[in-house]
Write a protein that binds this ligand. Sequence first.
Ligand code: R5P
Length: 242
Amino acid sequence: MASQDELKKQVGYKAVDDYVKSGMVVGLGTGSTAYFAVERVGQKLKSGELKDIIAIPTSIRTKEQAASLGIPLTTLDTHSKLDVAIDGADSVDPALNLVKGGGGALFREKIVEMAAEKFIVIVDESKLCSGLGPHFPLPIEVLPFCVQHTMRCLEALPAMQGAKAVLRMGSSENNKSDGDEIAISDNGCYLVDMHFTSDIQDPVALAEQIVKTVGVVEHGLFTEMTTAVIIAGKEGISEKLA
Ligand SMILES: O=C[C@H](O)[C@H](O)[C@H](O)COP(=O)(O)O
């Protein structure tokens, strides 16, 4: 049976093979699944199968990986429109709404992926869920100023359904929750993870309430953005179109 890494590699490679063509401006996602898509772009540029690609990375980690592979890079300041962006996700619901930001990259991911004509999501089947929320905590990037106050405001939002806010701890090297310092995003901000005990009833309404909360930079609900989800599982690879 294929390992989880093998499944991630399969979808990462397939997304590049199916959706990235020469001459495109490509958004490169962040995380252990997107890693393989970046690897594939690098391989195909090196072999000459792809030409004239320019890419926009969604984190410092991805920028470093892409640079090490010789992928030409740009930013949204130079290219406001992308042909395609490819990224992983932490949760995918049946309507292809996503929770993202488990690796802390949600702000850069969202600003890049919103600018892409096609947004291709790559996951193994463990990321599929019947409803967002309990499957994976919802990350929110916030300014450090008075973070405890911002967390209480988030908990009090009507559409938050009583979810509990937890300030993410990590280390300066890795903003996954594995250290004893407050995790710092690539943008110098904090990350708050909202823990739900029931499915989020209305992700669009919740997103609207979160962005109106002063102190919030961005949140990890990616609603109505997905073009397609490529899923790797025990039965092989499948694709769901929005
Ligand atoms: O901030 C991180 C991103 O949103 C990732 O795309 C997401 O956490 C999925 O990462 P992975 O493919 O490592 O599970």
